[in-house]
Design a protein around this ligand. Structure first.
Ligand SMILES: *[C@@H]1O[C@H](CO)[C@@H](O)[C@H](O)[C@H]1NC(C)=O
Ligand SMILES: *[C@@H]1O[C@H](CO)[C@@H](O)[C@H](O)[C@H]1NC(C)=O
Ligand SMILES: *[C@@H]1O[C@H](CO)[C@@H](O)[C@H](O)[C@H]1NC(C)=O
Ligand SMILES: *[C@@H]1O[C@H](CO)[C@@H](O)[C@H](O)[C@H]1NC(C)=O
Ligand SMILES: *[C@@H]1O[C@H](CO)[C@@H](O)[C@H](O)[C@H]1NC(C)=O
Ligand SMILES: *[C@@H]1O[C@H](CO)[C@@H](O)[C@H](O)[C@H]1NC(C)=O
Length: 425
């Protein structure tokens, strides 16, 4: 295993500064529910009808190769105030962010069109199924985004949210025989049971670690058990669709304390080496537990950070704060996005006997320096004070994303795959 390059080393050494306050769970905002229907995305997106599954290509079309198009008519796909499940960590508008253009971008692949997101269709695909997002707080944001994309079409009384650490579970149910509360809903679904769940499972390293408690994270003394996964994986058994992600927690230092075998035998590992071993453990679980005919697995590539403005604005010395426009350079790549770590994911998936689809969202998200929560977020469950806000160099969070925002696009792409993998008749 190669040691990290010098630039990787420099980047890695800067992560701790942010990680100390990044990964805390926000308390759910209690917002009155408001059933605005998800906006239509314009009628011109022709369905991807001739799809075949080939790694991360759908019928020769690389969904991850494209451009951001300003489309305020169809974006955002839901309003911040209309989704009661968003947490304070991501509601940038409510938290005082003055600009909102970051909500108005639509991702357009060069070679094809993304299918129009249809929440009702997705619920139909998910009927009787469990969709689980597994990973860290980035995954939690993607899970929240998915819940918000889908929840407005489910009538009141037929949806619920349960928090059962390390899990959060959103359910669309119809066990109670309610009166016809929503006529369009009834017309589309008849009286059938819905019974779909969209779940989040906290496992920031995927394998076991001493950061598995959903609140008590040992940032300074982190310890990863590279060959242990069963404490988590027993909760994943039988889940129909799983989306994994793990990156930023590894990037605290170029080395990490970890164990293999005896817990008394703690050793320092090169992060890339440790990541590879952890993914092997994961891969073994996948191969011996997944039925590829009934279950579908995705792995999300790393979510980029925008911690150093000199990367896109030469000579500056700030971060993502006050950025309100995407990066235009089509080859932009931030130094925080380790190609070594991405290569390990690629190689692990290639060696698997079971097809796992890579959601290669890194490049498209690289452009979105404007999409982060910046100072319009919380720290340890508390909204930043105005004093903290006026010091963005210390307090801006350039790792997490606002919602509505970039993670909605990740889910639109996931939706394209699900539509393809679970065709409706
Ligand atoms: C499928 O779509 C591709 C473009 O993405 C096109 O080149 C090809 O001809 C299409 N195949 C069929 C059978 O329609
Ligand atoms: C994975 O998907 C490809 C493309 O659809 C298919 O050709 C291949 O047989 C699949 N492999 C397995 C092990 O299912
Ligand atoms: C609901 O879905 C779960 C899986 O998510 C399944 O175990 C259960 O049997 C389903 N219940 C009904 C009534 O269909
Ligand atoms: C690993 O643990 C030892 C003992 O607690 C500690 O001295 C060392 O700094 C740790 N290394 C890292 C990379 O955290
Ligand atoms: C944000 O950027 C704009 C220019 O794009 C500038 O006029 C404004 O002063 C900046 N605000 C802060 C607080 O730095
Ligand atoms: C993911 O996307 C990046 C940039 O678009 C590309 O360089 C890389 O090869 C892709 N990875 C895989 C495994 O397809």
């Amino acid at each position: 295993m190669k040691p990290p390059s010098t630039s990787d080393r420099r980047v890695l050494s800067l992560f701790p500064f942010l990680l100390a306050y990044l990964l805390f769970i926000g308390t759910a905002r209690l917002v009155k529910e408001n059933f605005r229907l998800i906006k239509d995305q314009g009628g011109n997106a022709k369905p991807l009808s001739n799809l075949t599954n080939g790694g991360s290509l759908i019928d020769g079309c690389d969904l991850f190769d494209g451009k951001w198009v300003l489309d305020g008519g169809t974006r955002p796909l839901y309003e911040e105030e209309s989704c009661p499940y968003l947490t304070q960590q991501v509601t940038c508008g409510t938290n005082g962010r003055p600009d909102s253009l970051y909500q108005n971008w639509r991702w357009e692949p060069h070679a094809c069109k993304l299918p129009r997101f249809d929440a009702v269709k997705l619920l139909e695909i998910l009927r009787g199924k469990r969709l689980m997002f597994i990973g860290d707080s980035i995954q939690r944001t993607q899970w929240q985004s998915m819940v918000c994309l889908i929840q407005s079409v489910i009538p009141p009384g037929k949806k619920s949210m349960h928090r059962n650490p390390p899990m959060k579970i959103f359910r669309a149910e119809s066990s109670r025989c309610d009166k016809l509360r929503s006529i369009s809903f009834t017309l589309r679904f008849g009286f059938q049971e819905f019974n779909a769940s969209i779940e989040f499972y906290w496992a920031p390293f995927i394998v076991e670690s001493n950061s598995d408690h959903f609140k008590k994270h040992s940032v300074l003394k982190r310890l990863v058990k590279l060959d242990s996964i069963s404490k988590h994986s027993r909760r994943w058994e039988g889940v129909d669709i799983m989306v994994f992600e793990s990156y930023v927690w590894w990037m605290y230092k170029p080395i990490i304390n970890a164990t293999i075998g005896s817990l008394d035998n703690v050793k320092e590992y090169d992060v890339t080496n440790a990541y590879e071993l952890a993914l092997k453990t994961w891969a073994n679980w996948i191969e011996s537990n997944i039925n590829p005919h009934t279950q579908k697995i995705f792995f999300m590539s790393l979510s980029p950070t925008h911690l150093w403005s000199w990367e896109w604005k030469a000579g500056s010395n700030e971060n993502c704060f006050n950025e309100s426009y995407p990066i235009q350079d089509p080859s932009y790549w931030g130094t925080g996005s380790s190609r070594d770590m991405m290569g390990i994911v690629r190689d692990t998936l290639q060696d698997l006997a079971i097809n796992v689809t890579l959601l290669n969202i890194t490049q498209l998200s690289e452009f979105r320096k404007d999409g982060h929560t910046s100072v319009y977020t919380e720290r340890r469950g508390k909204l930043l004070t105005s004093e903290q806000r006026s010091d963005p160099n210390s307090y801006a969070d350039c790792i997490h994303w606002c919602l509505p925002g970039v993670p909605d696009t990740w889910n639109e792409i996931l939706y394209a795959y699900l539509l393809h993998d679970f065709p409706l008749h």
